[in-house]
Design a binder for this molecule. Structure first.
Ligand code: UGA
Length: 450
C-alpha cells in the first residue's frame, strides 16, 4: 500500500530515505530549510556525492517533491520522518535544536500522523518528545524510533538491502504502520520499545568503532613483533563468532557518525551515572592512530621541516566527498606544525576551506611531484596503481606510507619504492639508500645513520 511521507532534512540520511521510500512506491515530500539546496534538488542536482542517488531521484521524480515549506510537506502526510542533523554541542552531547524545531512546527493534523525519528538521538529523546506532543494536545500524533544504518558511499544499497530494520514504538499499531512502509524489503524486523531502538543505534556505531580501534591496536603491536595485521584480521574474521567486517586497520575512523555517536554514548552513560571506561579507550586509540603516520614519516625522513609530503585522499573514506572528522585534517595540521610542505589530492572532496596552508592538486602525479613521501590517506580506487615508474620518477624520494594497506607491499617494493603500511612487516630493503644498487645488507646503510 502506498503512503504519503514527509521527510524533514535533505542531508545524506533524509535524501536517501526519501528517494528509497519513493522507490518502494510511496509519495514523498522532502523539506529542507536551506533555499539553495531545495532549488538545486528541484532542478535535479544532488548537493553532495553519493553513488546511485541521482539516478534514484531521477527515476522516482514523479513521486518525489522538494519544498521549503513545513506545512506543505506535512499536508496529508501519514508519516513525518525527522532526518535532521544532531551535531555535537560544545560539551559533546547531541544538539537536538533542529529536532525540536521540526516538532514545534508540526501543525495539528485531522488524521493520525506518525512522527518517525531517523536522526541519531540520545536514549530518552522519544520519551521527551512524547511528553512535548502530549503537552501540546497532539495525542493524535504517534511516535516511532526507526534509526538509520546508512553508511555514506553505500547508503542506497544499505537502505534497500538492510541487515535489519529497527522499529521502536510506544503504540503497537504505530510500529506496525512503520513496518508496513518497508514492505518489499527482504530484511528482519526488530520491533522494540522506543528506548531500546535508540540504544541499538548508538551501541551499533560504538561497537563498530570499538572493533576498528581494536584492530588498529593489534596492527600497532604487529609492527613491533613482526606479524602482518592483514593476515591476522583474516584469520580472526573467518571465525564466524568474530566476522570479517570492520576489521580493516588504518589511520583511524572519521566521519560525522562514529566519533560523534561514541562520544554521545559515553556522555549519556556519564550523565546517567555510569563511567563507560571502554569507550574512553576507543576514542583515545583513534586519536593516536591518526597521528601515527607522522611518526612513520619521521622514521624515514628524520625532521619533517622543509620536507614535502603528498596526502593522497582527504575524504574520511572512499566514495564520499565528506570531510567531517576526516583523519586527513588532523594529519595535515600535524604535518604543517612539524614544518612540512603539504600537498594534497582528492578526486571529489574539496578541502580548500578546511585546510589552510595546504596546496591542492588536480592529479596524483601533480600532487606527488617533488615529494619526499606520499601518504595514502583515503582508499580511493585510483590509488591502487600508485606504484608506477611515472610516480617514482616524479617524487624526490620514492617513499609510500600506505595508511589503508591498499597496496601490495611486494609489488610496491619491486617497483622501486620504500613502502610502509599499517601493521605490516617492514622490509630491511626499505632502509637502503639506492634501489638499483642495494648496499650489502651486512653494511650499515647511510640512510639508517642519518
Ligand atoms: C556509519 C555506519 O556504518 C552506518 O551504519 C551508520 O548509519 C552511520 O555511521 C550513521 O550513524 O549515520 P559512515 O560514517 O558513513 O557510516 O561510515 P563507515 O563506512 O561505517 O566508516 C566509518 C569510519 O570507519 C571511516 O573513517 C572508515 O574509513 C573507518 N573504517 C571502517 C575503518 O577504519 N576500518 C573498517 O574496517 C571500517
Amino acid at each position: 500500500m502506498s503512503s504519503r511521507i514527509a521527510v524533514f532534512g535533505a542531508g545524506y540520511a533524509g535524501l536517501v530515505t526519501g528517494a528509497c521510500f519513493a522507490e518502494l512506491g510511496h509519495t514523498v515530500v522532502v523539506r529542507d530549510v536551506v533555499p539553495d539546496k531545495v532549488s538545486a534538488l528541484q532542478a535535479g542536482t544532488v548537493p553532495f556525492y553519493e553513488p546511485g542517488l541521482d539516478e534514484l531521484l531521477e527515476r522516482n521524480g514523479e513521486r518525489l517533491r522538494f519544498t521549503l515549506d513545513a506545512a506543505d510537506a506535512v499536508e496529508g502526510a501519514g508519516f513525518v520522518f525527522i532526518c535532521v542533523d544532531t551535531p555535537p554541542t560544545y560539551a559533546g552531547d547531541a544538539d537536538l535544536s533542529r529536532v525540536w524545531t521540526v516538532i514545534e512546527e508540526l501543525p495539528p493534523a485531522a488524521e493520525r500522523t506518525i512522527l518517525v525519528m531517523k536522526s541519531t538521538v540520545p536514549v530518552g529523546t522519544g520519551e521527551k518528545v512524547r511528553s512535548a506532543l502530549d503537552a501540546r494536545g497532539l495525542d493524535s500524533v504517534g511516535y516511532v524510533s526507526n534509526p538509520e544504518f546508512l553508511a555514506e558511499g553505500t547508503a542506497v544499497r544499505d537502505f534497500l538491502e538492510p541487515d535489519r530494520v529497527v522499529v521502536g514504538a510506544f503504540e503497537e499499531a504505530d510500529g506496525e504502520a512503520v513496518e508496513g512502509l518497508h514492505a518489499g524489503l527482504d530484511a528482519p524486523m526488530v520491533r522494540t520499545d522506543v528506548a531500546s531502538a535508540e540504544m541499538i543505534k548508538l551501541a551499533s556505531n560504538a561497537f563498530l568503532g570499538t572493533r576498528i580501534s581494536f584492530i588498529n591496536e593489534i596492527a600497532n603491536v604487529c609492527e613491533l613483533v613482526g606479524a602482518d595485521v592483514n593476515d591476522v584480521a583474516k584469520g580472526m574474521g573467518l571465525d564466524q563468532r568474530i566476522g570479517r567486517r570492520y576489521l580493516r586497520p588504518g589511520i583511524g575512523f572519521g566521519g560525522s557518525c562514529f566519533p560523534k555517536d561514541i562520544s554521545f554514548l559515553k556522555l549519556l552513560a556519564g550523565n546517567s551515572g555510569y563511567h563507560f571506561q571502554l569507550l574512553n579507550s576507543v576514542i583515545e586509540v583513534n586519536e593516536l592512530q591518526k597521528r601515527r603516520v607522522v611518526g612513520k614519516l619521521q622514521k624515514h625522513l628524520d625532521s619533517l621541516r622543509g620536507k614535502t609530503v603528498a596526502l593522497l585522499g582527504l575524504a574520511f573514506k572512499a566514495n564520499t566527498d565528506d570531510l567531517r572528522e576526516a583523519p586527513s585534517i588532523v594529519l595535515a595540521s600535524r604535518l604543517l606544525a612539524e614544518g612540512a610542505d603539504v600537498r594534497a589530492w582528492d578526486p571529489v572532496a574539496d578541502a580548500s576551506q578546511v585546510l589552510k596552508g595546504v596546496s591542492f592538486h588536480d592529479s596524483v602525479l601533480e600532487a606527488v611531484s617533488g615529494a619526499d613521501a606520499a601518504v595514502i590517506v583515503t582508499e580511493w580506487e585510483e590509488l591502487r596503481s600508485l606504484a608506477s615508474a611515472e610516480i617514482r620518477e616524479a617524487m624526490r624520494n620514492p617513499l609510500i606510507i600506505d595508511g589503508r594497506n591498499l597496496l601490495d607491499p611486494k609489488e610496491v617494493r619491486a617497483a622501486g619504492f620504500t613502502y610502509e603500511g599499517i601493521g605490516r612487516p617492514t622490509s630491511p630493503l626499505d632502509m637502503l639508500p639506492e634501489i638499483d644498487e642495494p648496499a650489502p645488507l651486512s653494511e650499515p646503510s647511510p640512510a639508517r645513520e642519518e
